[in-house]
Design a protein around this ligand. Structure first.
Ligand code: NIG
Ligand code: FE
Length: 393
């Protein structure tokens, strides 16, 4: 993750939205007729791949500002959840919201993400918990994917929380999801991934296993919310099922880290959530030093983490998780692309890949972390086209 392959005085040739050649300025310019190309001048700047936010809950109805204030006064996230707030409260508001309302609120979040240099995201359902609303959320993402430049990879997160009527009957809810929702999502191609909140008093290991078996049988790729609040063994389960990624991992065991590594599961760490919940950060150093691939994402959602701030992710990763600037960049680009199984098309500046690029202020990538809490992104290029220009905004 430290070997990021910097090219000094580099040039990038783009055609039909793809990178067709990279090299030094002299190499590229000796081979091509400049007049045949539109030039985007990045002299004195740094170019990186576009950021990939591989874990978001971008589509939801309503907000939970009241709960945030309660947390600031000392209530815990779990206390609020047990009182019927938390995810359940967003579920009520998402059920009430119309399709167009969900499109419009998520669209404004996506516009904010572009300014931070995000060119691809993963988005989850999970604020419906009934057939109609889960499908509504996935269809909203499908629509958003078509109407604006950021690519959205969809994940079905039906087992995100237990609504009061299913308390104590969690397995019945899983059976309902397995019978009625998963096959439909597959048939309609509404999601590429599935996810589950595997957590003590939410969906325990046995329920998670029944769900993941069905999902795997139907051919879904797997993500998991694992070992976030309690060390339940979610990482081990992710390894057992060959998940693409296990996310959060604040309480992961050493064995979980080892098993994830052996089974090529990517550890997606979400420092903004730990920050917002005032929890200890995930053990990024132990993970990277043991050879595990680490990705970073925002976890943007209305409850545990209402923030899409990539600059804050970078600041926390470098200052509090002891990740180097190079590891942080890899975690937000190539490893994040791998966490959504897109590392063959995005996540690095390589010939043949999609031209999703960022032009940053300053002539060295070190400034991206150094100028902490502030976005260094001046221009965002998606599939070869400028989609954000700080100067013109
Ligand atoms: O990733 N942990 C579970 N799910 C979300 C929280 C969602 C919410 O609070 O609305 C998370 O942190
Ligand atoms: Fe999440």
């Amino acid at each position: 993750m430290n070997d990021i392959g910097v090219i000094e005085n580099g040039s990038i040739l783009i055609k039909n939205g793809k990178i067709i050649k990279i090299g030094t300025f002299d190499e590229i310019h000796s081979e091509v007729v400049l007049e045949d190309y539109e030039i985007i001048d990045a002299k004195g700047k740094t170019i990186t791949p576009g950021f990939v936010d591989s874990h978001t809950h971008v589509v939801f109805g309503g907000y939970r500002a009241d709960e945030y204030t309660w947390r600031l006064r000392g209530d815990s996230y779990v206390d609020i959840m047990n009182r019927g707030g938390g995810i359940a409260s967003s579920v009520t508001k998402t059920r009430e919201a119309s399709f167009d309302e969900l499109v419009s609120s998520a669209l404004s979040r996506l516009k904010s993400m572009v300014r931070f240099g995000v060119t691809t995201i993963e988005g989850k359902s999970g604020y419906g918990l009934d057939f109609e609303t889960e499908m509504k959320q996935l269809r909203v993402m499908k629509k958003l994917d078509q109407m604006q430049p950021i690519d959205i990879v969809r994940t079905f997160l039906g087992p995100h929380a237990v609504m009061p009527e299913y308390k104590g009957r969690e397995m019945e809810f899983i059976e309902l999801v397995n019978k009625e929702m998963l096959p439909f999502v597959k048939e309609e191609n509404l999601a590429e991934f599935v996810d589950i909140f595997t957590e003590k008093n939410v969906f325990e290991l046995e329920e998670s296993r029944v769900y993941l078996e069905k999902a795997k049988e139907l051919g879904f790729k797997i993500k998991m919310h694992a070992d976030e609040i309690y060390p339940l063994g979610g990482a081990e389960l992710a390894a057992e099922f060959g998940a693409t990624s296990a996310d959060h991992l604040l309480k992961v065991s050493d064995k979980g880290i080892e098993m994830m590594k052996e089974n090529d599961v990517i550890a997606t760490l979400l420092p903004l959530t730990a920050f917002s919940l005032k929890e200890e950060y995930a053990r990024a150093r132990d993970m990277i030093d043991s050879g595990l691939a680490v990705a970073l994402a925002t976890d943007l959602n209305p409850g545990s983490c209402f923030s899409e701030s990539i600059p804050l992710v970078i600041a926390l990763a470098t200052l509090y998780m002891n990740m180097t600037p190079e590891e942080t960049l890899a975690a937000l680009t190539l490893n994040a692309a791998a966490a959504i199984d897109k590392a063959d098309v995005i996540g690095s500046i390589d010939e043949g890949k999609q031209a999703d690029l960022l032009i940053h202020e300053f002539d060295s990538y070190h400034y991206i972390a150094y100028h902490f809490g502030v976005s260094s992104v001046e221009k965002v290029i998606k599939k070869g086209k400028i989609i954000y220009d700080k100067e013109g905004c």
